[in-house]
Design a protein around this ligand. Structure first.
Ligand code: SAM
Length: 321
């Protein structure tokens, strides 16, 4: 369906948990305490199906499952196959990849079409330090297994001043040998992200221009990403620049947090909780109307860095980045 600015909103991101098995320095506070996953406040498997059923009727044809870490959910395979049964074929996952190697075959068999894997460095030591203890080898094993299975893979990297600028070259090189896209996403001033300084995508692009030869004929703007290619490479290099190049005109998303809050925009507080209505077993048409109103009311633009009384104060693991 179209929102009030005429944008076609066809993409739903559902966060399945706030919990994560990593504690990336710019995402989760060090003292974050995981929630009980069986808690009634978290979207149930049925809640997810009910949301997707009405969302599909409103024109949603792509769902992304995120978190926290969505692979911590024991019902993740059931969730994916259920969404597929509802008739949504474009089902994606955003994961840190730690648990991916063992699960990815089941995820694919259930109907998963694409995976975004968050990876900010290829150095074991740096990875351990950014993620506060994560093991890079597990992520690499997950990426290799997903690649063998032919899944559409994108690596998402956030580059932060004095933390991992030296990782840019190695991350970009991945695209030469493998048909994996590497996308640089600018650090957003959200939650813990406010404690760091992100590197502008323009600077990353200029650095890569100096290091590699680009395929001059290749450029693609797809959704909020701008894609380029290195010469003779298999994958693409993407840039998502929420801070230095506002992409809101092409925003096609609506988000739901793991406790059921509908978020019209990443950096705005969500005021409507759909879980409450789902648990009350309200008529499907009423649930649809609630979601429809939220989609229609999306703001024109995000307001990062501006005076904004409705600014999201949660951390990214609670928003579902
Ligand atoms: N655990 C999963 C993962 O690591 O992909 C999904 C959730 S995580 C919150 C999703 C993405 O948000 C990750 O790629 C992470 O790098 C990104 N992220 C977290 N905080 C961010 C920030 N302040 N600005 C930009 N991206 C951020």
């Amino acid at each position: 369906m179209k929102d009030r600015y005429g944008r076609d909103i066809n993409y739903l991101r559902i966060s399945l948990t706030e919990n994560c098995n990593l504690k990336c320095i710019y995402c989760l506070p060090e003292d974050f305490l995981p929630k009980n996953l069986d808690e009634k406040k978290i979207l149930s498997t049925k809640n997810v199906f009910d949301i997707c059923t009405v969302a599909k009727e409103l024109g949603i044809n792509k769902v992304r499952l995120t978190g926290g870490e969505p692979l911590l959910r024991k019902d993740i395979v059931e969730i994916i196959s259920g969404i597929k049964n509802i008739g949504i074929d474009n089902i994606n996952l955003t994961t840190n990849g730690i648990l991916l190697a063992d699960k990815v075959k089941f995820l694919k068999d259930a109907g998963l079409t694409g995976i975004n894997i968050s990876l900010d460095t290829l150095s074991e030591k740096q990875f351990e330090s950014i993620t506060r203890g994560g093991k890079l080898s597990k992520v690499i094993a997950g990426i290799e297994r997903a690649y063998e299975l032919g899944l559409d893979i994108k690596i998402n990297s956030v580059i932060i001043k004095n933390i991992n600028e030296n990782a840019i070259k190695d991350l970009a090189k991945i695209t030469i040998e493998k048909s994996i896209d590497v996308r640089f996403i600018e650090l957003m001033p959200v939650g813990q992200g406010k404690n760091f300084v992100g590197i502008k995508n323009e600077d990353i692009y200029n650095l890569l221009q100096n290091l590699f030869q680009f395929d001059e004929k290749y450029f693609e703007a797809k959704g909020v990403s701008k894609y380029y290619k290195l010469k003779n490479s298999k994958g693409k290099i993407g840039f998502i620049s929420p801070i230095n190049s506002c992409f809101c005109e092409s925003c096609n998303k609506i988000r739901i947090t793991s406790d059921g809050n509908i978020k019209k925009c990443l950096n705005m507080t969500g005021h409507t909780n759909i879980k409450k209505y789902l648990d009350e077993n309200l008529d499907k048409e009423i649930i649809k109307k609630i979601l429809q109103n939220e989609i229609f009311g999306k703001p024109e633009k995000h307001l990062f860095g501006k005076e904004n009384s409705d600014e999201e104060i949660k951390n990214m693991n609670q928003i579902g980045g």
